[in-house]
Design a protein. Structure first.
Length: 260
C-alpha cells in the first residue's frame, strides 16, 4: 500500500526535519495469539517467547501528531550540539556521515535534542501506529517479509543514509521504521503495556528496567526483530537503559499540537 494520499507533510523550522501528520483515530497495537501462531507456522525457527511482550493486543485511539519522517541525522544532531554546547558521542567505526541516522546516543542525548527542537520522543503507541498504519500490518510495507526493502544484517555493516530504500515506508509516508537503527521510545520497558496507555502515563520517569527500542537495526539477523510490534529489551536488559549507547541505536522525534 502506498502512503496515504491525504497525508500532510510539514517542516520543523528549528532542525528542518520533515514531519508526517499521523491522523487521529484507532489502530491495532501488539500481537494476538492468532498472529503469533501464524508467524510461528511461517517461521518455526523463531521463538514464541519473542512475542510475549507484544501482548495483549488491543485497539487504541490516539489524537493526531506530527512524526519525523526519518531518524534524526548526524548533521541535525551536530547542529544541536553547536547551538547548545552539547558534546557529540564518539564516532562509530565508519565515522560521522551527515545524511546517516545519528547513533550512539543515550536517553539524555535524545531528550536534549528533542527539547532543543521543541519536540519530544514518541511513545510506543505513537511509534507503532505510524509504522503499521490502521490495518495491523507486520512490517511498514505490509504483511510479507521482503528483505530487500530494509537494511539489516544480510545487507551490510554500518548505517545507510536516510531514505536509501524507498520501499521502506509506512502507510503514513514515514521512512526507515524497519532496520538501519533501533529507535528510542518514551515508555518504560516493563511499564503499562498491558493497560491502555495515556500520554501522561507513558511520559513519566522510566523504571529501573529502562526504555524500549523499536524498529530493529542494520545488525539484526532475524526479520522478527524488524516487525512493527516488536519491543526490544528482553534479550539485553542494558539495551534500554538511560546510559545505553550503541552504533545501532538512533531516534526520531514527535511534535504534538498544543490543543491535543
Amino acid at each position: 500500500m502506498s502512503p496515504l494520499s491525504t497525508n500532510k507533510i510539514q517542516e520543523n523550522p528549528i532542525d528542518h526535519a520533515e514531519m508526517a501528520w499521523i491522523a487521529p483515530g484507532t489502530f491495532t497495537m501488539g500481537s494476538s495469539e492468532a498472529d503469533v501462531a501464524t508467524i510461528m507456522a511461517q517461521h518455526p525457527e523463531w521463538r514464541a517467547d519473542w512475542f510475549t511482550h507484544e501482548q495483549p493486543q488491543r485497539v487504541l485511539t490516539l489524537p493526531g501528531y506530527w512524526l519525523y519522517r526519518y531518524p534524526v541525522t548526524v548533521a541535525q544532531f551536530q547542529a544541536c550540539c553547536d547551538a547548545t554546547e552539547w558534546h557529540m558521542p564518539t564516532a562509530p567505526e565508519w565515522g560521522w556521515l551527515p545524511d546517516h541516522p545519528m547513533v550512539k546516543v543515550s536517553w539524555q542525548d535524545v531528550n536534549h535534542y528533542a527539547t532543543w527542537a521543541q519536540a519530544t520522543i514518541p511513545t510506543e503507541a505513537e511509534w507503532e501506529k505510524a509504522a503499521r498504519g490502521t490495518d495491523g500490518r507486520g512490517w511498514p510495507w505490509g504483511d510479507t517479509w521482503q528483505p530487500e526493502l530494509c537494511h539489516h544484517a544480510t545487507s551490510g555493516t554500518g548505517t545507510e543514509a536516510n531514505g536509501a530504500r524507498p520501499g521502506n515506508v509506512s502507510p503514513y509516508g514515514v521512512y526507515d521504521m524497519a532496520g538501519n537503527v533501533w529507535e528510542w521510545c518514551q515508555a518504560s520497558a516493563l511499564g503499562d503495556y498491558a493497560r491502555t496507555p495515556s500520554r501522561a502515563s507513558q511520559r513519566r520517569p522510566p523504571t529501573a528496567s529502562g526504555h524500549v527500542l523499536r524498529g530493529g537495526s542494520w545488525q539484526c539477523a532475524y526479520a522478527a526483530y524488524l516487525r512493527c510490534a516488536y519491543r526490544c529489551f528482553e534479550c539485553d536488559l542494558q539495551r534500554g537503559r538511560d546510559s545505553y549507547r550503541r552504533p545501532t541505536v538512533g531516534f526520531r522525534c514527535v511534535v504534538v499540537p498544543e490543543d491535543v
